[in-house]
Ligand binder design. Sequence first.
Ligand SMILES: NC(=O)c1ccc[n+]([C@@H]2O[C@H](COP(=O)([O-])OP(=O)(O)OC[C@H]3O[C@@H](n4cnc5c(N)ncnc54)[C@H](O)[C@@H]3O)[C@@H](O)[C@H]2O)c1
Length: 275
Amino acid sequence: MSNKLEGKVAIVSGSGRGIGREIALKLAAEGAAVVVNDLDDTVADAVTREIVAGGGRAVACCGNVAAPEFAARFIDTALSHYGRLDIIVNNAGYTWDNVIQKMSDAQWDDIMAVHVTAPFRILRAAADHFRSAAKEEAAQGLEVFRKVVNISSVSGVMGNAGQANYSAAKSAINGLTKALAKEWGRYKINVNSVAFGVIKTRLTEASAGDDATINIAGQEIKVGVNQQLMQNLETLIPMGRAGTPTEAAGAVYLFCIPESNYISGQVVVCGGGRP
Ligand SMILES: NC(=O)c1ccc[n+]([C@@H]2O[C@H](COP(=O)([O-])OP(=O)(O)OC[C@H]3O[C@@H](n4cnc5c(N)ncnc54)[C@H](O)[C@@H]3O)[C@@H](O)[C@H]2O)c1
């Protein structure tokens, strides 16, 4: 490990499972203290314990990112435990697919809430700390870079049939990324999006015919992809297969290290060569 993130403090939403879990483990392995979040306490606590058992620093902040009071608690957890905040990864989310004529208002609103409104509130809640820290550092003649990585999807870049809600939300987060990169450049905050292609997690691994569901705040939501479609899709990926959560976390890590200090406002696709 490089220890490139020694002394840094990161918050990663939805980091109890899948890609977020790998992001939390990677940032911690590179020296960052991590605030682990998930809807499900059990998985968030398990990741936190795993980091601490490996000699890292981590604390859990469980809860639904879509709850209006969550953002302040998330930021406060970082500040009260570690006294600073350097990296925000807005990763929590899920899909709730349907063709538009069958899509309910709840399907639209809930997907917007988790993928757009929650990141907006988290970033807004961080603004005071980010601005005052940057002003103090500037007064001392220092440039200290902070990092925001918003998780998007190729659905938000290219659109995807059956995902009008999700495509719109993942496109909106890219707009938020670009606006904040302009607003926060003066504070040396890099704001970028990583748009994943197909990554093997519970959202994509289940077969659509299996009636697989995930539980989101008490509601069973159908997930899974037609496996024949998935195989066809994989043949269209230049690298010949779906990505792993570890590979996905690697793309996020690139935007958290000093080497990316002069990159901001970008949407980078992590999709095995498929745009
Ligand atoms: N897997 C893919 O192919 C893929 C592709 C493009 C984008 N993404 C995005 O990557 C992110 C992570 O997805 P994943 O594939 O790792 O899914 P996952 O289901 O494996 O993990 C997501 C985690 O987020 C948590 N979560 C969901 N809603 C939450 C909420 N409201 N509050 C707090 N925690 C919440 C879940 O409990 C879960 O542990 C999501 O934003 C997803 O849209 C995934």
